[in-house]
Design a protein around this ligand. Structure first.
Ligand code: SAH
Length: 216
């Protein structure tokens, strides 16, 4: 039942313009139902965002697909994700690259995501509880970076952690309303080439981390 819905979703994504076969098979290999609460299992293969608790959402499959495709991922790459959430985007990326480093500010969400990834034997995702705006300097440079929470601009600290020819995909704009998905390429002369891709709507990137003694 879910398998048939999954195949239908993948076909829909292809029709919408996600034509990279490697991206489509990476999506097909990840059981999205494992990343949503039990009560949403039957909606796991609808092309919609769904709530995952703490006021956060799992991204819409077509958004995951378009962002992943726009990253032009190679199998040896190191990718940084800001905003692990339920871990779904990280699991998709993990199927395409060498290692994903993913940062989440909600400790509880991160714990749940780590458990899911472990259960699914996705073993090339390394996670960190923290404020993703500072990136992960110890693991830099990154070949690719994906922000899955909206910022008014991509923080300089993140730009500084990118390798030459690196690509960043990020929703940028007024945080609570619609944002624009932008793609930035790190050029050999250390400048950034910026393209605006499509309008998107993401939850805002917030300061600091939440959990244990610092519960909000
Ligand atoms: N990548 C997810 C979607 C994430 S939703 C998926 O695969 O579906 C955005 C996530 O970013 C939320 O979990 C939110 O808590 C987190 N977030 C917001 N600001 C952050 C920050 N500064 N650092 C790290 N995570 C952040």
């Amino acid at each position: 039942m879910l398998e048939a819905r999954k195949i239908r979703l993948v076909m829909e994504l292809r029709q919408q313009g996600i034509t990279d076969q490697a991206v489509l098979s990476a999506i097909e290999k990840v059981p999205r139902e494992s990343f949503v609460p039990e009560s949403f299992h039957d909606q796991a293969y609808e092309n919609t965002a769904l709530p995952i608790g703490h006021g956060q959402t799992i991204s819409q499959p077509s958004v995951v697909g378009f962002m992943t495709q726009a990253l032009e991922i190679g199998p040896r790459m190191k990718i940084l994700e800001v905003g692990t959430g339920c871990g779904y985007q990280a699991a998709v990326l993990a199927g395409l690259c060498r290692r994903v480093y993913s940062i989440e500010r909600f400790r509880e969400l991160l714990r749940e995501a780590e458990k899911r990834l472990l259960d699914l034997r996705v073993n090339n995702v390394t996670t960190k509880w923290g404020d993703g705006a500072s990136g992960w300097p110890e693991q830099a440079p990154f070949d690719r970076m994906i922000l899955t929470a909206a910022a008014t601009e991509v923080p300089q600290e993140l730009l500084d952690q990118m390798s030459e020819n690196g690509i960043i995909i990020a929703p940028v704009g007024e945080t609570s309303r619609e944002q624009t998905l932008i793609r930035m390429r790190h050029m050999p002369d250390n400048t950034w080439e910026k393209e605006e891709l499509w309008p998107v709507r993401f939850v805002p990137m917030l300061d600091g981390k939440v959990g244990d003694n610092s519960e909000q």
